[in-house]
Each structure stands twice: as C-alpha cells, then as structure tokens.
Write a protein of this length. Sequence first.
Length: 153
Amino acid sequence: MRRILTMTLLSTLFLGANAFAADAVAGSWKLNAAMSKFSGPAAKSITRVYKETAEGTSLEQKTVGADGKEMSMHVTIKYDGKDHQVTGNPDADAVAGKLLDAHTAHFTMKRGGKEVGTVHRVVSADGKTLTANNIGTHADGKPYDDTLVFDRQ
C-alpha cells in the first residue's frame, strides 16, 4: 500500500510539473524569409515575441510588408479551443487554439464569428525553429497558403 501511495504521489508530481512546463514557443522569433513560402508578396520582416502570462500565452507580432507598411498584431490565448480576441490583424478578429503536443498547436482564425483560416504551428525538437502553416482567405477575399519559418533569437 505504501509503495502504491508513493508511486501515485510521484506520478502526480511528474505529471503536474509537465502541465506547468514552459510553452515551447515562448521567446523571440525572426522570420527566415529564404526558408518561407508566401502565396503573395513576401513580407520584408516579421518578428514575434511569445510570453507566458497569467492569462495565457501572448503574442506580439511586428510585420513590415512588401510595400514597407508596418503592422502590429496582439493576441493572448489559452489553448482551450475557445475564441480569443485578436487586435491588429485585418484578416481575423478572433482565434481559437489547441495544443496537439508539447511542440505543436493548431489554431482556427475567425472574422465576425466565421472561420476564415487555420494556422498549424510547430516548434522544432531542438527549439530553434518555428514553422507556421497559414491557410485561409484575406479580408479582401483573396486566398492564401503561406509557410512562415522563424529562427529563435
């Protein structure tokens, strides 16, 4: 009985520690344009900073488009499958996400409550590369299918 109780306690501590482990995406990332694929004009630069907060994982993204225009986007998400508000993204005003494993997440992008795209995000096993496959429709109705590759900074 004592052995079972000890094993149960150790298992609980191990699983509990994993549940509160750092999000693999946390940190700063810079677009590797040479490794990325854009269905339209390529962005000049994209930087992402992910931080863990009490409200979830926040993303601050700064983009300089092919036309030189700067854009900032922000979202804080819990991987609970529920909608979370996005600001600064002309294509989506909400996102719902789920973790598939410690390095992989899948997101549904929405505008006005309607699904307009998906993002499949993977952090490499060594933690040095972030790949985001974005598929959907821009606010102007044009479809996109982009693969963005980022290097950890």
